[in-house]
Design a protein around this ligand. Structure first.
Ligand code: FUL
Length: 716
């Protein structure tokens, strides 16, 4: 409250200063500002433009790349969320080497390592005095080990920043749910971590809790937690359920294209902040966290920057079954552009395995990723550019420190020798706030101006990828800002192009999309069965193929010099006219309609908890027209989990949905246990029907229930 009153007074003072003097005042608001009552939107924008990061938030932002290490009993039980009942006996890494973790991370360019000192299962990776549920009760190093200490020492040795993840939700602690008792247990754990291990740079409080409506209800004393951290580690940032660093809102590695660090989204988990956000109807996942409309409704804004947390594998913890699903270089590069390149800090998780080592596959990929970044950003081509408009840079000839005095503001540069580039970089001086709301980048290829980006926010860093081109002039126009902006850097780079296979998909309406992992690659395709060549059409936007056909595509990089293999995707009739007539049952999150929605990532899943019915399960689809079926297709779920995947089945068609003919075919999806891929089942005799019915008889894990990614028909 005290802080709010002071901010009001300061804010009013600033407003009169600006009005009277009509000039730029150097007043800044570290972390937040409250708007005086009845402020106009212009006054709010002016104040918001002067909110700046705390010194630790600024230092954190400049790290750009940080790493997560998810490691605990889950590593040994193959689970993502432990139950809290695991025996400490199972924790026994055979070769744990925290120096291997830190060396691997450092070589790839990471600046901080954050360890799950305690995940939701409550097992502590350090010999805490608060519980016996820790490494001290494990056989590892005869109960004398301390993973936190080993990581701390390795970080010190290699000059890496160090952070701790301590899960507030604790499935093991007896006191969990008895709020004051658990608060003191939790704070004792925090105290140990924040006093016995030297400097801690980030404290990560997860917001997750899976207790459900009948679970334990713990009311956390956030005020006390935050105070304790400020006292013990005043330079640490507190993330997610903390007041310094905001969760981006997803776990797949994607920051918003419009990503505001100055936002009405109130930081942390204190009840008054939660209330403020509820009143504005905003949450971490909200699309808009900084528009003028939102600011107009808000009473304060905060410096609350985004952190993008994502795992290098599908899961957060190590699972042997995911060794072949380590993200590709193309995927990691994309994550970099959509996190660091979108005004966020990347927090990439690399989970150590049961040996206590970063697995060879992950280490090799990190090495490639580090080399890719090094090569990309080694030479800033902008250093060779000349500014062609005097109004631009302060030293007349560089791409740094541009503080225009009016808007729109244009900065134009020319190159004596064309610059071959595919990545554009722009940064605001966040020491003076985040201000730009709209900007445009155009490049002259010797013949015409080509728009590289028509974008919104910049913030600490914005990267734009574009197909490799020879640039003789480049122009940046800032069209809209909360206040006159301060650009600290403009850069231009040539990233090595990454070869990747195209992925071809078709939606329910029959529109085909083709994607390459790398935005700088060119995709060429055919629909007539021929092999795509350098003369085939370039894929630019989705096209219709409702009645089916074969799409063949390949990617080209390095100006067409290198090409990928051909990927072919056969499509039959699309499911635009289809409707579910009947499905035995479905979990509320996995409705039967997901089986015919054209999306392989969604699924129909029948209930799996409590007393459930066993096979057969059936699903009946009305195709909206009479077709002659030569077979059908079954796509299993694609999330890596095989549960519910059908192995034995029957298939029927019907003209009226009442009398059914059974298809004459092999009733087994073969080898599903080892290779869960799309199945093409052909009938010995074609069958007519307006309806079809798939009946399950068994599933791969013999659990008795069913999951279906997608069902299709074969008419060709
Ligand atoms: C989530 C947790 O539930 C996951 O297990 C993981 O730790 C991730 C970083 O946060 O909310």
């Amino acid at each position: 409250m005290k802080r709010t009153i002071i901010a009001h007074i300061v804010a009013l003072g600033l407003l009169s200063q600006v009005n009277v003097m009509g000039q730029d005042s150097p007043t800044y608001y570290p972390k937040s500002v409250a708007f005086p009552p009845n402020s106009t939107i212009e006054q709010k924008m002016e104040l918001a433009s002067r909110v700046v990061p705390s010194p630790q938030q600024k230092a954190w932002q400049e790290l750009e790349m940080t790493a997560f290490l998810h490691f605990t009993v889950n590593t040994f039980t193959d689970l993502e969320w432990g139950h809290g009942t695991e025996s400490p006996q199972i924790f026994n890494p055979s070769q744990l080497d925290a120096e291997q973790w830190v060396r691997t991370l450092k070589e790839a360019g990471f600046k901080m390592a954050i360890l799950t000192a305690k995940h939701h299962d409550g097992f502590c990776l350090w010999p805490t005095k608060t519980t016996t549920h820790s490494v001290a009760s494990s056989p590892w190093k005869g109960g004398k080990g301390d993973v936190v200490r080993m990581l701390r020492d390795a970080c010190t040795k290699y000059g890496m920043k160090f952070g701790v993840y301590l899960s507030p939700w604790d499935r093991n602690a007896k006191s969990y749910g008895d709020s004051p008792a658990y608060d003191s247990y939790f704070m004792e754990q925090l105290t140990e971590l924040l006093t016995n291990y030297g400097k801690v740079d980030e404290v990560w409080f997860d917001g997750a809790c899976g207790e459900g409506p009948n679970g334990k209800k713990q009311i956390y004393n956030w005020d006390a937690y935050y105070d304790l951290i400020h006292k013990l580690q005043p330079n640490a940032v507190v993330a997610v359920s903390g007041e310094d660093v905001r969760w981006v809102g997803n776990e797949h590695g994607e920051g918003r294209t419009t990503e505001w660090s100055v936002t009405p989204f109130a930081p942390g988990a204190r009840p008054e902040m939660v209330k403020k956000n509820a009143a504005l109807n905003i949450h971490a996942e909200a699309k808009d966290l900084g528009s003028r409309e939102l600011l107009n409704k808000a009473s304060s804004v905060y410096w609350y920057p985004s952190e993008v947390d994502v795992s290098i594998r599908p899961g957060w913890f190590y699972h042997k079954s995911e060794d072949s699903r380590v993200k590709t270089l193309g995927q990691l590069a994309n994550i970099y552009y959509t996190s660091v390149g979108r005004n966020s800090v990347l927090l990439l998780n690399i989970p150590p395995d049961t040996r206590g080592l970063i697995k060879e596959e992950d280490a090799a990929r990190l090495k490639e990723f580090g080399a890719y970044l090094k090569q990309t950003f080694a030479v800033d081509l902008m250093r060779k550019a000349k500014s062609t408009n005097a109004k631009f840079a302060t030293d007349g000839n560089s791409a740094t420190d541009w503080s225009p005095s009016t808007l729109p503001a244009v900065a134009e540069f020319s190159f004596t020798k064309p610059a071959i580039a595919n990545v554009f970089q722009i940064q605001e001086n966040i020491g003076k706030g985040q201000r730009v709301e709209e900007f445009r980048v155009e490049a002259f290829d010797g013949k015409r101006w080509i728009t590289i980006g028509n974008e919104t926010t910049i913030g600490y860093k914005r990267l734009l990828q574009f197909p490799t081109m020879a640039i003789s002039k480049i122009k940046v126009t800032i069209t809209k800002a909360r206040a006159l902006p301060n650009i600290s850097n403009i850069g231009l780079f040539k990233a090595p192009e990454i070869m990747s296979l195209p992925t071809i998909s078709r939606n329910k309406q029959g529109m085909v999309s083709i994607a390459a992992e790398s935005e700088t690659a060119t995709v060429r395709y055919t629909t007539d069965g021929s092999t795509p060549t350098a003369k085939s059409p370039i894929y630019r936007q989705p096209f219709s193929l409702a009645k089916g056909g074969v799409v063949k595509a390949r990617t080209y990089i390095n100006n067409g010099k290198d090409m990928s293999e051909v990927v072919a995707e056969p499509f039959d009739i699309c499911s635009a006219k289809w409707q579910i007539v009947f499905a035995d049952s479905a979990d509320i999150s996995f409705p039967a309609s997901n089986a015919i929605d054209g999306k392989s990532t969604t699924m129909w899943h029948t209930p799996w908890e409590g007393k459930i019915k066993q096979h057969p399960y059936s699903i009946v689809v009305d195709m909206g027209e009479t077709l002659t079926l030569k077979g059908f297709t079954y796509s299993p779920r694609v999330d890596g989990n095989k549960s519910g995947t059908i192995t034995k089945f029957e298939f029927y068609t019907s003209m009226d949905g009442a009398t059914w003919q059974k298809a004459d075919c092999n009733g087994e999806f073969a080898n599903m246990a080892n290779n869960t891929v799309k199945q093409y089942i052909r009938f010995n005799q074609p069958l007519q029907g307006k309806y079809f019915k798939l009946v399950s008889l068994d599933d791969v894990l013999h659990q008795g229930w069913v999951s279906v990614g997608e069902i299709g028909v074969i008419t060709k």
